[in-house]
Design a protein around this ligand. Structure first.
Ligand code: SF4
Length: 347
């Protein structure tokens, strides 16, 4: 296979062959592809903030935010716009270039949309890339988000279409694909990936990657999550994933979607530094840091930076405004939000 070819016609047999080759051969291939398209010593750094936590009507079996399970999670209403912008400014100050905002909704309501749009505009004005995950979107909502300046929309496929019904029954796979298609049509970038450790087979892992890679355009960002087992969820007692199998998943994702950022996502806190460095070698080049990853813990920013320093890795930069322009943009965004009537009233 040519290392740098971008394809959209992967078959199950081919992908299983990638998975089943000796570990060192797979990693060598993945690293070769990675070096063709990326600086191997740069990792993109995002911060994730939960802007609305818990009481979600969906029944995703892995998720502590689902209202179907009792996980003892404190439920919170939609955060005020000002607080979100303060968190974004803090994230920027510790080197984050993308600010991802997640809400535990089936879909955003008409009542919430104006606040969400203000958040996008405000974070954008700080000079950061913006990303949101709000559930299913209508065409109109997608267009409004794009117009407000949303760069990325996160909507995970989670697993293969065949295994999906074992994990979620309240939203169909076709619904998910439709939202991804709206996001593309509105000109935004897609962040979409899945989770390992839910009891899926190797075929299901391959099936998920085939769904993602065979989209008309590859998602720009592909988060690969390790299940974080939370007491109270139906998957709390699932078996651990073999760490080498997780690394294989990252490597195969890198080979199949050579130009995408592959994100080492939830579950990173359970991984030791050796495993994380192997993940970077396999082609993972994006992480969340510095804030809590939705409702589960995430290693602290300084610990991450220490690991980066030991590995000679630097955070990926994005084009910045000059410092003064940038500072002025931050201040203006905060003043505008303070004067706005769109503060969310959490009553
Ligand atoms: S994963 Fe998202 S949609 Fe599913 S229950 Fe959790 S918050 Fe709701």
């Amino acid at each position: 296979m040519t290392a740098s070819v971008t394809r959209h016609d992967w078959t199950l047999a081919e992908v299983l062959e990638l998975f089943n080759q000796p570990f060192n051969d797979l990693l060598f291939q993945a690293q070769t592809v990675h070096r063709t398209h990326f600086d191997p010593n740069r990792v993109q750094v995002s911060t994730l903030l939960s802007i609305k936590t818990g009481a979600c009507p969906e029944d995703c079996k892995y998720c502590p935010q689902s209202g179907h399970y009792n996980t003892g999670l404190d439920k919170e209403k939609l955060m005020e716009v000002e607080k979100v912008l303060k968190a974004a400014a803090d994230a920027k100050a510790i080197g984050s270039t993308r600010f991802c905002m997640g809400a535990a909704w089936k879909h955003p309501s008409a009542k919430d949309m104006p606040y969400v749009l203000k958040m996008v505009e405000g974070v954008k004005a700080l000079g950061m890339e913006t990303c949101m995950t709000l559930g299913k979107l209508s065409k109109e909502q997608t267009e409004a988000l794009a117009e407000a300046g949303l760069d990325y929309y996160n909507h995970n496929l989670d697993t293969s279409p065949e295994f999906y019904g074992n994990i979620i029954t309240t939203r169909t796979y076709a619904d998910r694909l439709e939202t991804l298609s709206h996001v593309r049509d509105a000109g935004m970038k897609i962040c979409s990936g899945g989770i390992l450790g839910m009891g899926e087979s190797l075929k299901d892992r391959a099936g998920l990657l085939i769904q993602l890679a065979n989209l008309p355009e590859h998602p720009e960002s592909v988060p690969i999550n390790m299940l974080v087992k939370v007491q109270g969820t139906p998957l709390a007692e699932e078996q651990d994933v073999d760490p080498f199998d997780f690394i294989r998943m990252l490597a195969v994702a890198r080979i199949m979607m050579p130009k995408s950022h592959v994100r080492l996502s939830a579950g990173r806190e359970q991984m030791n530094e050796q495993m994380q460095s192997l993940a970077f070698f396999a082609g993972a080049n994006s992480i969340f840091y510095g804030e809590k990853l939705l409702t589960t813990g995430n290693p602290q920013a300084d610990k991450d930076m220490q690991l980066f320093a030991r590995l000679g890795i630097k955070p990926e930069e994005r084009e910045e405004h000059a410092d003064e322009v940038h500072q002025a943009a931050i201040e203006q965004a905060l003043v505008e939000q303070r004067d706005s009537k769109l503060f969310y009233s959490a009553v």
